[in-house]
Design a binder for this molecule. Structure first.
Ligand code: NAD
Length: 506
């Protein structure tokens, strides 16, 4: 990757050398008005600095929103296919630079290279997909109930959109929000998570290189509480799109609700895999291991509960423990690594607190349940893959999002009890069932209350052309990706056209 592509404040070091990164406002890389910065380190080796980023304040958000507002008229006047061309160019640049972007992402948040390559791939694939939507942006044309009249709908941009993103998919999620928002003709202020600002800088830099005009996309890094509140309450911002925890989502929705601002939320999950007694157990174990321990359990769709028929519960648990204990844990840059660190040291304590809760609630710890500090893992935020069994639905480890490599097994007597347990949380993001019986599979598709259902596959995995999102408190009813993505960032205008013939006398 060309070093000049990176907005370094000083020096011209290799792209992976630590440097100071700036905000991007009105087409210029600028330091925060506060003059303050924060350091971001590698969770696999916390002494290793990734870069220094701007600790922005409400004043920087104000400048970014002003720049986005100023850029809005020209950007929404540009035909949607021309906006799509810029997005396509950005997708091709991402593709050219995919290996280096993935390496930088592994260093900034820990997941293994094969996963960060997939994260960048999602941004590329979705960029290619959504670029084409510029030539569709379809509305409806319908007959009128009245003579000499036709009716149609067109899609309009909303205005300035504030986008707030989490750290677990550092490029995929900023891309799958920002690209459709831009395609729909909005201008954007992006506030990424403080654990992964570098991937957001890289995305913004590439979009600007692809030809995005100044002010159309603005980036402000820094603390969520201050910047988030400033962005969410700014009257010039027409919509907030947030992916994050249910707790933060509730706060943002309350603020948006005060002035009826549109707000799209993708939030937490407590995703279950149901395993029936006719399931292929080896297939189910492999799927739970990948969906439960992949990304160190830090996916919104991670499997954190296994609801299993009591007849096969011990055999399944034994196989899952054996698989978990074989996982190679270490630096995600090493080809042999199966599972990297948690995103930061604070998360190690947070996950460990759930081990203590599980033990005190009377569930049985089968493996893991401790931070890993031996030899080469010392100095990193590593936690052992953890499996509890004999849990019951009301336990906190069966109800709350742990967001770590932590799987809780709940034995049940039959299908009805399994569905009852699967639906018995505040969340409804993702759920899977393993069964060889087609009737059971179809009943589960109907009975499970979740936005994403998987049959004989784990609870993770999205495709760019299909809608993605959850029910209940996993969101507020919006869907991302696919054609829904552009709908989410636009508004329908209904047009009535009358064309009665003129009388000869006019
Ligand atoms: P988080 O809620 O702590 O932070 C998300 C973003 O919100 C960050 O950019 C943060 O700085 C910002 N933020 C924090 N306080 C804010 C405030 N008061 N106002 C506005 N913004 C604020 O979440 P996280 O730890 O970054 O990510 C993990 C969470 O995200 C998990 O709960 C996970 O399930 C969820 N998630 C959901 C999806 C989905 O599509 N449903 C996808 C990925 C992650």
């Amino acid at each position: 990757m060309a070093t000049t592509a990176f907005p370094a404040a000083e020096g011209n070091e290799a792209p992976t050398a630590p440097r100071t990164y700036l905000n991007y406002i009105g087409g210029q890389w600028r330091p925060s008005l506060s003059g303050e910065t924060f350091d971001n380190t590698n969770p696999a080796r916390q002494s290793e600095l990734i870069g220094t980023f701007q600790r922005s304040t409400a004043a920087d958000v104000d400048a970014a929103v002003a720049a986005a507002e100023a850029a809005l008229p020209a950007w929404c006047a540009l035909p949607a296919p021309a906006r799509g061309e810029i997005i396509l160019r950005a997708a091709l640049l991402l593709e050219q630079r995919q290996p280096e972007l993935a390496r930088q992402m592994t260093r900034e948040m820990g997941k293994p290279l094969k996963e960060t390559i997939g994260d960048v791939r999602t941004a590329i694939d979705f960029g290619k997909y959504v670029a084409g939507e510029g030539r569709r942006a379809e509305g409806e044309t319908v007959p009128s109930a009245l003579p000499d009249k036709m009716c149609l709908t067109v899609r309009q941009p909303l205005g300035v959109v504030g986008i707030i993103t989490p750290w677990n998919f550092p490029m995929a999620i900023p891309a799958w929000k920002t690209l459709p928002a831009l395609l729909a003709g909005n201008t954007v202020v992006l506030k990424p998570a403080s654990d992964t600002p570098l991937s957001a800088v890289n995305l913004v830099e590439i979009l600007s290189e692809a030809g995005l005009p100044a002010g159309v996309l603005n980036l402000v890094t820094g603390p969520g509480a201050t910047l988030g509140d400033a962005l969410v309450t700014d009257p010039r911002v027409a919509m907030i799109s947030l992916t994050g925890s249910t707790e933060v989502g509730r706060h943002v929705a309350e603020l948006c609700g005060r002035d009826l601002r549109r707000c799209s939320l993708e939030l937490g999950g407590k995703n279950a895999v149901i395993v029936m007694d006719d399931a292929d157990l080896d297939e189910a174990v492999a799927a739970v291991s990948w969906a439960g321990f992949g990304t160190t359990g830090q996916r919104c769709t991670a499997t954190s509960r296994v609801i299993i028929h009591e007849r096969v519960a011990s055999a399944f648990a034994e196989k899952l423990v054996a698989t978990a204990e074989k996982l190679r844990i270490g630096d995600g840059l090493l080809a042999e690594t199966d599972m990297g660190p948690l995103v930061n040291a604070g998360r190690v304590q947070a996950v460990h607190a759930y081990t203590e809760i599980g033990v005190s609630e009377g569930a049985r710890l089968l493996t893991g349940g401790r931070p890993l500090t031996d030899d080469e893992l010392a100095g990193g935020a590593f936690y052992a893959p953890t499996v509890f069994t004999d849990a019951t639905t009301e336990m906190r480890i069966a109800q709350e999002e742990v967001f770590g490599p932590f799987v809780t097994i709940l034995p049940v007597r039959d299908y009805d009890e399994a569905i009852g347990a699967a639906n018995a949380t505040i969340y409804g993001l993702s759920c899977a069932i393993f069964t060889e019986n087609a009737r059971t599979a179809f009943r589960a598709m109907r009975d499970i209350n979740a936005g994403l259902i998987y049959i004989n596959a784990g609870t993770t995995g999205a495709e760019p052309h299909l809608p993605f999102g959850g029910t209940k408190q996993s969101g507020n009813g919006h869907r991302e990706l696919g054609r829904k993505a552009v709908e989410e960032f636009s508004e329908i205008k209904t047009v009535f056209v009358s064309y009665p013939a003129r009388s000869p006398r006019g």
